[in-house]
Design a protein around this ligand. Sequence first.
Ligand code: ASP
Length: 404
Amino acid sequence: MPHKHAVYLLIAIVIGVIAGITSGWIWGETMVSIKWMGDLFLHALKLVILPLIVAAVISGICSLGDVRKLGKIGGITILYYASTTAIAVLIGLLVVNLIQPGVGMTELSQSIPEKVSGKEDMGFSQIVLSLVKPNLIEAGGSNQLLPIIFFCLLFAAALTTVGDKGKPVIAFFDGLNEAMMKVVIWLMYFAPLGIFALIAARLGMAGGGEAFFQEIKAVGLHVVTVLTGLTLHFCVLMAILWFVTGRGFAYLTGMGRALLTAFGTASSSATIPLTMECARENGVDPRATRFVIPLGATINMDGTALYESAAVMFIAQAYGIDMSISQQAIIFVTATLAAIGAAGIPEAGLVTMVIVLSAVNLPLEGIGLLLAVDWFLDRFRTTVNVWGDSVGAAVIDRVIKRSS
Ligand code: ASP
């Protein structure tokens, strides 16, 4: 896509976001009637994810050539994911300890919300098990991307070892990837309208601006805490980007369409196609975009990790339960795992928070305190999640270019 088009499209999406917020705020529930337009955009994005990921991961891994190279790049990718997620959790703990948003809350929730009931025994083993599924078609059908990526990694690694016989197969996936990226470019033109409808309808479902404002007020300090933490982490990622790659503001605006789509859809998985296309337009090596972005969208969730640590501490403060340093260390570890385990879909972080709460014996009922504003904070944390993947792709791009 020519550069000028990208700028126009970004401006159109920004207008879509502003128009969505304004009309949802003013007209409230009336705007739910245009939800279908947003859903249509979302369905189209989800439709391309599966063939796109399969083609991108396989052709991306194969283009690295050597399995040993994959080991090195994979290692650095995991190191980047782990360290940035850890920084995010630390920032979450820092802001929640400083602001203390839960202290003095009087209206506490008494029952476990429907969203998490039945998930009370969720644990670490479920996260590991979600990596490998016995039925690939079923995993694809229910949009469980991690097992698909895991299979593609194995398949691609094997393909690189079978010599000439593997070449036509690799060429097939290369071609499929190119065609899917073309489809993504076409879909991008619908983003302004789709994002407008998604935001307006969601705000409408919350009852419009006035009603939503009252809900936010009840847990206002929690919202301030999470947004402060997310802003800080966004800046930390920006600093990492600048320090490691020398890229700066231009990369941020170049990724703008993906970041706003993340905000509009609250789903890092649904945003994968745009994240990949924007990174590609920004000159990120395809070997980095094809592998790092799909994997990052499923396991690298800095915003979610930050949110989980801050929200769990908020619940502890609200129920008047003191959290020692060692308990906060447990929150640090489990929030990281819970973020890895969260799927890239709306409000997934709220469900995996059960792992963190159970680890430090906090009441699961506390999740009830977060429900009313979770959809709103979800949009911000998903944007940070996608920004984390975008910076990761730029970092790995640097590593690949330096070593070749
Ligand atoms: N909605 C987030 C994402 O898709 C996950 C979450 O934190 O709920 O990245």
